[in-house]
Write a protein that binds this ligand. Sequence first.
Ligand code: ADP
Ligand code: SF4
Length: 692
Amino acid sequence: MRDPRYDILFEPVQIGPLTAKNRFYQVPHCNGGGYRDPSAAAAMRGIKAEGGWGVIFTEQCEMHHTSEITPFIELRLWEDKDIPQLRRMSERMKEHGALAGIQLAYSGINGPNLYTKEVPLAPTALPIRTFTNDPVQARALSKSDIRDLRRWFVTATKRSRAAGFDLICLYGAHGFGIFQHFLSRATNQRSDEYGGSLENRARFSQEVIADIREAVGDSMAITLRVSLDESIGALGFSNAELRDYIEMNRNLPDLWDLAQGTWEDCSGPSRFKDEAAQEQLVRGIRELTDQPVVGVGRFTSPDVMVRMVKSGTLDFIGCARPSIADPFLPKKVEKGRIEDIRECIGCNICITGDMTMSISRCTQNPTFMEEWRKGWHPERMNPKGDSSNVLVVGSGPAGLEAAWALCRRGYDVAIAEARKVIGGRVTRERALPGLSAWGRVVDYREYQLGQRANVEIYRQSELDAAAILEFGFQNICIATGSTWRRDGVARQHVVPMPIAPGAQVFTPDDLMEGRLPKGRVVIFDDDHYYMGGVLAELLTKTGAQVTLITPAPFVSDWTRNTLEQGAIHARLVEAGVEIVLNRGVTAIWADHVVTNCVYTGRTRPMEMDSVVVVAARLGNDQLYQDLVGREADWAEAGIRSVRLIGDANAPGPIAWATYAGHRYARELDAPETGDAPSFRREITELAADWPG
Ligand code: ADP
Ligand code: SF4
């Protein structure tokens, strides 16, 4: 049972008129599903309720149609007809005694209104401040607009209550919410009673909260999510100003929700931010108020959580990503199962679901957002099918996840791994600069597999088709990973690029195996995720003179979706890497490369000693092909199925591999789904008044 030193995390805490059953507080987080996938999102929140969270919030909910952030998919509460979908979510949140919260967002200077075509409204007329630099400006709110906006907040709160929510969170952090826009001198340059002094900039939040209190009384609690430090220069809302603001407005909301000023800072990946990274910005704020305080910091360790409470820093432990990686985190602490907590690795793949308007994934928890779509539960597997055993070849993230999920279904599982150490690519990549936390993907599964009697791991066991046919396993899962290409094939070159004999060409695999180029090194990054940037960082540490060339307009272009692109660029500049954007490499000679401008095609030579080609990867599918070639022998060998999964099937990020492993395990022995999708989906209800 629970270790008494964690008892403090299970104390009930008052939030205004309500009481949360414990201190585990799932702060609002996006999921890429939002209004498009309401049942998927509701089921995901319901799993958190089951996992023991005391407070559970929605993602940001656009509270009025005059402010929205299309193309990003969040929630909407514009009319009464939006209530039923939100009620579905609140009901799930409350099933196990959690308080259900809704985050009301008015995006102001952050909402381009591409869908509603309304003119955006903001404290001051300025260009819209989106990631995408939309060519749209907001007009300044007039006094009568402000009166309207106050009324809209009251209406949205009443609708939230009708939808079953207990708490509302007024959004004023991450640069996304109007409360921050009013508080910051960068976005509020008004000369009336809403601008200028901090007292004036605070007026809007005071008025909205007073209006809401008058409207809903004690039937709901009001939380205010404010920016800890806007960190956008001298005009930004600073930590010192925040402290003044809270001191001046001690008991304005029923709870202060403290989050960083930009989303990149708040949800920093483990490559750049440690657990509890916001501690210094939060410390001492609790003494300025009588109300409870929640803060975040990718908390996965219950000891750190206890320290945050005992030191008087926080009353509630706010978690977004840790609650995604393990929705059962509170339950596991409660039951004394600390080692079973599936810790977030801080890769920010979950955020890419929002950034790409698709649907979120989690590297550690492949069931995230599949709770309804596929009926996957993070803690419970479907019962075993007809067959009884599986040989998993390869112990990378795909093989390990497959093995762990299979043994929980009740299959006897053997894992064969060619190398001495299990973990595949994760074992190699965790040694790269900044990626050590990613090792949790392996550590967690290795520990879990060690607790099971029905799994054997065979290390240093490179298998071929003949050996597999001899073993007599019924199901063969090939998860043999991938190899970085040396021939430059990726996006610029769809066939091998010209490489002169004698040219010193390295791949990421070479570097991870310890074969390092020296002297003047060109990294040609046509992969565009983290690898090129990480290797540049690695090589500067070994004394190489590094130039990173990429055809993309950004270093590690795709990491804009993981919110770390800016930090990567800054780190490389500081490490002395020369960055060449919008240029490709057309040919590699022994002593130089030829680069080309992606717009004009103009070429120029660049001298170097060696080149690291970060191109595509090739799936290691030879073993699978060999087995398929011997299909005639399967029946005699007792083989019922052979499947290729993970990077060996189609290389992708680690999250794709854990998903593939989990899916393989879930679907083993299941009837074929035919040509239909393998997941449930919702479609928009057609208008009843057609043709209208
Ligand atoms: P994924 O990301 O798909 O899980 P990885 O590259 O991380 O793939 O892992 C694949 C693992 O499979 C590596 O550890 C590799 O050593 C192992 N492997 C590859 N071929 C064989 C084989 N023939 N027999 C046993 N293990 C193999
Ligand atoms: Fe954590 Fe990565 Fe999962 Fe997001 S995707 S919750 S950062 S492990």
